[in-house]
Design a protein around this ligand. Structure first.
Ligand code: GUN
Ligand code: FE
Length: 429
């Protein structure tokens, strides 16, 4: 039997447009697909469906966090001076603990639960170099009900001895995980090959990843041009390449199914390479500031028609919440004009931030026909939001229009207003 939901429906259409139904009705099939959405009361049409009345709540698509690290979440909020000090002093020792089964089991379950509690229904996640820990992460994701891309981190140089992988073994372990998990539950779980970044990957490994991705038609995620120190290191490690992006390009790992995180320091040529290969970008404004890496010129990349989604980059970012990430993408973009008025930088709007956290993220992951907005034929991945919690004085004028509700939600929202969460029409929170 299917179900009908009534509520104030707020969903993205494009970077500048949202649609708002007050009230709206959502009919969902037994298999979790949206059968119909609109202003008409659908109860007469679907007589045997269960009815859920959220007339005073908001119904929104679930959020999409296209970049985060499972083993790092206990480190959330622990700041450091820069990316490499943070990686060496905090991250690597912590990721090493995931060699132990019990540790991986304990933290994987909590991680996906935290994401769902915050309203994130789709995520793209790095685990550690450990095959067992990655397998456990898939198992936890399967049980949690979340939609996710997961990958075992790959690195075969420039990291502490205990974290070094043998190149062939790393590729074989990834292949085994692909064969076991990719496509599970009608593609709710997907595999994403996850070379950490070119600093810690040999060219041979990157080429092997490119081949594996083509053979199995698999996604790839990595980091690119996040910090100036990283770029200096890349010049030393890969002196024969024109720029950072060219390494990934020549290794054959850039395509429509590749998502590169950060992309702060790219030159014109590199942007063109990302454009021509259809590579997607994960914008992580919170992490970029938290690790003192820099400010990505979102507008510069967006104007070149590059597809961009948002990533919390937990724990480079200090929050699981996509409300926070939406706020950060706007506020960071405003600061550019103070620093350099000559740029005449057009700040990100609330509609645009909402798009990036939903449909934009889905497009970056090439699943925009499946999720990211509330539309007929898509999967019922949605949230019930108690936005009135943000209106202490019960002043009806304050939240009288869609744009005001959206703005209030982005700036003041947190997991406290996420009342219920559904993936594929099934309640998961
Ligand atoms: N670059 C290489 N590894 C990492 C990581 O774990 N987090 C971030 N933010 N950048 C990286
Ligand atoms: Fe990251």
């Amino acid at each position: 039997m299917g179900s009908i939901f009534k509520g104030k429906i707020l969903s993205p259409i494009s970077k500048s447009k949202i649609f708002f139904l007050n009230p709206g009705y959502l009919a969902i099939s037994e298999k979790g697909k949206i059968l119909e959405i609109g202003q008409n009361d659908l109860r007469n049409k679907y007589r045997n469906f269960s009815f859920y009345n959220f007339f005073d709540k908001l119904i929104c698509p679930g959020f999409i966090d296209i970049h985060n690290h499972l083993p790092q979440f206990p480190l959330i909020g622990l700041s450091s001076t820069n990316l490499f000090t943070w990686l060496n002093e905090l991250v690597f020792p912590y990721e090493d603990k995931f060699r132990y089964k019990k540790f991986a089991q304990k933290y994987s379950g909590i991680f996906f639960h935290k994401l769902l509690k915050n309203g994130t229904t789709t995520t793209s996640t790095y685990v550690t170099i450990h095959k067992q820990a990655t397998d456990i992460a898939f198992q936890s994701a399967k049980e949690s009900g979340i939609r996710t891309f997961i990958g075992k981190v790959m690195m075969d140089r420039e990291v502490p001895e205990n974290m070094l992988e043998d190149t062939q073994k790393s590729l074989q372990d990834s292949q085994g995980l692909i064969e076991k998990w990719d496509g599970y539950d009608e593609d709710r779980l997907r595999y994403v090959l996850s070379p950490r970044f070119a600093v810690s990957c040999s060219f041979q490994m990157l080429k092997g990843i490119g081949k594996l991705a083509k053979r199995y038609n698999i996604y790839i995620q990595s980091h690119l041009a996040e910090s100036k120190t990283e770029i200096e290191l890349i010049k030393k490690l890969y002196p024969e390449f024109k720029n950072y992006t060219e390494i990934y390009y020549k290794a054959g790992i850039l395509s429509e199914k590749t998502i590169m995180a950060h992309c702060i320091y790219l030159d014109k040529q590199e942007i063109e390479t990302l454009q021509k290969t259809g590579t997607k970008i994960s914008h992580c404004p919170t992490a970029n500031r938290f690790l003192s890496s820099g400010i990505m010129r979102y507008r510069k990349l967006e104007e070149k028609d590059l597809t961009i989604g948002l990533g919390t980059d937990v724990a480079g970012g200090y929050s699981f919440s996509m409300f926070n990430e939406m706020k950060e993408v706007i506020e960071t973009s405003k600061t550019i004009n103070f620093v350099n008025p000559k740029e005449q930088y057009k700040p990100v709007t609330v509609e645009e931030a909402y798009y990036l956290a939903t449909l934009g993220g889905a497009t970056a992951l090439s699943i925009e026909n499946e999720t990211g907005s509330l539309e007929k034929g898509k999967s019922a991945d949605f949230l019930v939001i108690d936005y009135q919690k943000l209106n202490d004085c019960k002043d009806n004028d304050i939240l009288s229009e869609a744009k005001k509700i959206l703005s209030k939600m982005i700036y003041c929202g947190s997991e406290n207003i996420v009342k219920q969460v559904y993936v594929k029409g099934k309640r998961v929170i």
